[in-house]
Design a binder for this molecule. Sequence first.
Ligand code: GLU
Length: 496
Amino acid sequence: MTVRTRIAPSPTGDPHVGTAYIALFNWAFAKHAGGEFLLRIEDTDAARSTPESEAAILDSLRWLGVTWNEGPDIGGPHGPYRQSERQAIYSEHADKLISDDHAFVCFCTSERLDEVRREQQSAGQQTKYDGHCIGLAKDEVAAQIAAGTPHVVRMKVPEEGECVCSDALRGEIRIPYAQIDMQVLIKSDGMPTYHLAVVVDDHLMQISHVLRGEEWINSMPKHQLLYEYFGWDMPVHAHLPLLRNPDKSKLSKRKNPTSISYYRDSGYLGEVLANYLAMMGWSMPDEREQFSMTEFAEQFSLDRISLGGPIFDVEKLNWLNGQYLRAMTPNAFMDAIAEWALNRDRLAQLVPLIQERTERLADIAPQVEYLLGDRIPLTESSFADSKLETDQLLAILHHIGRRFDEQRSWQRDELYQVCKSLADDMEIKLRDFLYPLFIGVSGRTVSLPLFDSMEFLGPDVCRVRLREAIEALGGISKKLGKRLDKAFDQLDRAAQ
Ligand code: GLU
């Protein structure tokens, strides 16, 4: 058997370090066994998937040194490699499940489903589909479909017994069928859900081993049932531990930058981030901390994975990056600098901002200092020129943070609009409102235009700087955070 693994990211945002970590482990597992690794794009959520996000994910994986044998960019014998292009395959498979009596068409409206959920909740029961449409006669189903009634396809689940699944890292996992919902397989827009698509694709793409995040453990029974219904062998599954913040909570962008682009833009080397991610829950047999991806693949084995939540600690990453940078030859170091910030793409973004403000080339360095490196550390006195009180400044920064969390594109004009409308909602003069953001982002009162700077820095760096600005102003306690969240939600509702 050829070992075949895959990474299956959903292109719905910035390329996440968690995706890179799972990708690296799958890649190393396949390489170690002389097998193949492929990349599949799970873009069945049409509203949230974007080509920009797909491109950014591919780019950042390449930057980390991950290569794939098949994928949307290079094709391969099992394509297409984008789920949105495989709809006919999923419909065909859903039809097969219906005709074999393993799935059924469901016409329940969302009002009915809400009602059922409410009743179950008030009776203290687990909320799940109640099987209302399971017994509909074939001609009734056909008539409703012909009449254009919106519908989904759901899988059947045994009423009794328990599902016994096996995880290569965790052994046997037992989950009673009673806890498992009759999962929607095809949505009313005709697109498959993750659960149908992942099983069909892993089978058709001949995946032998699925290494994925532990958040999918509870989906195993559904997937195992689908493999049984189709009469297919199930690939070996292993659920890797999730990355954690230093406080052990699940890695989140509120506490740690999570976008790979952040690490690239902040001057980490791709090979260092890859090396660091390879140490997340895994260690070299000789416990060495510095190793290349080739060495990682050579030594990789599942039994060296430990399940305790691996901590993604930026301090440790900094240390490792420093080790690599200092060990470089002067030539390689020069290349790294040029590759990082002084390449033509990055300069092309800066030139429109700085050219018109420059008399001598020597003026450039101080202008771009906060864009290329860090800005000066902030203290409360950095905000001394503001007309507003500290609690107002904190409220502004907190609310901006909340709006930015929802912000999907990161362009100057849109960022301006977000701030402008928030300033209006908070009834604060735009100038006063923007001041703490200005200081937070650039650390100075005179800088290049704020929104251009933010676009250049990207969402993750801006988020980190906002967080640091809040800390400099004394921070937001749990209690204050709750109050500010409430105030923000009220503003949001009033604005609608
Ligand atoms: N699209 C899923 C995700 O990004 C893939 C999970 C899997 O590997 O099966 O989390």
